[in-house]
Every structure is written in C-alpha cells, then in structure tokens.
Design a protein around this ligand. Structure first.
Ligand SMILES: [Zn+2]
Length: 167
C-alpha cells in the first residue's frame, strides 16, 4: 500500500476479507492507518472507534450445524452479511482502490467449511465489481487467500473471473 501511494497517489484503500479465518496479519499491518478500511468476515463482532476496522460474524446468529439452513440460505446469509458490513462503509469511506481478500476455505468440504457453495462467491464477486465501478473507476484487486482443494478452485475461480470481467 505504501508503494501504491507513492506510485499512483492513491491514498485510501478498502479491504473486504472473506477468508474463513480472522485476517490478523492484515489487521496488524493496517491497524493504525485511518486511510484503510478493513472489514473481516470471521467469527467475532468488533468495530474500532473510527469504524475503519471491523469484524463481523460471518453467518450472524446462524450455525450451519444447528440452524438447518439450506445451501442456498447459507449462501444468501453469508453474502448478505458481507453486503451489510461492507457496502455502506465503502460508500462513506470513498476508497481509491478496493481489495478483495478472497479465500474459498469457507466452501463445503474445505478446512474452514461453513457450508458455502459457489453461488455465495459469485454474489460477492458481483457486489465487488459493482462497488468498485461505483466508487473507484472499477479499481479492484483480488488477492487469493485460503483454500486447499484444486477441484473447488477450478470450479470457482474461472466463473468469478468471468463475473469480474463483465461490464
Ligand atoms: Zn476478523
């Protein structure tokens, strides 16, 4: 981010972290930087006093084992959590560039399985494309995070790239 500021004059960055685990490394790096919005979907709820460092429990009150939600309901709950946590904050924050730290370790059968399947990630991709177009001329950088199964990666990543490439 220092390099981006030096090279392009971009100052403010918004990060959506949808890896299964808390993004503690990223958070440590940006903790004291008021020009970085970091919204992390994990297992806890937290808001810094200036509302630029935020954790949200990814499925809210739902727990996939106990709630008996269908696959589609879990996908929608997750994408809805991301939209409510990220969209209004990005609009208020007005970033120069948006990052999506995308992990698929939350997918069914992965090591951070919370019951998601492909549609959840496609909903996120559509939101990120729309927000980046609306807020910062489409500037969106997607960073690949956790996930270990190549079969899941092959089923997810090409359609996500297609969604991100739509105008
Ligand atoms: Zn977190």
């Amino acid at each position: 981010m220092h390099a981006l500021r030096e090279s392009f004059g971009w100052k403010r960055f918004a990060i959506l972290d949808t890896d299964a685990h808390h993004g503690n490394g990223t958070r440590d790096l940006v903790r004291d930087d008021p020009d970085v919005l970091h919204v992390c979907l994990c297992h806890t709820d937290y808001q810094s006093p200036d509302d630029t460092k935020v954790d949200v429990a990814a499925l809210g009150k739902y727990d996939r084992q106990s709630a008996g939600l269908s696959e589609e309901e879990i996908n929608r709950a997750y994408a809805g959590t991301a939209a409510r946590a990220f969209e209004p904050r990005v609009r208020a924050f007005r970033p120069d560039l948006i990052f999506w730290y995308f992990g698929f370790d939350t997918h069914r059968g992965e090591y951070g399985d919370i019951g998601l399947s492909r549609d959840a990630y496609l909903l996120l991709a559509k939101m990120m494309r729309r927000l980046s177009q609306e807020m910062c001329s489409g500037r969106l950088e997607v960073v690949l995070g956790g996930g270990s199964r190549s079969d899941i990666a092959r089923g997810l990543i090409p359609p996500i790239i297609r969604v991100l490439g739509e105008r």
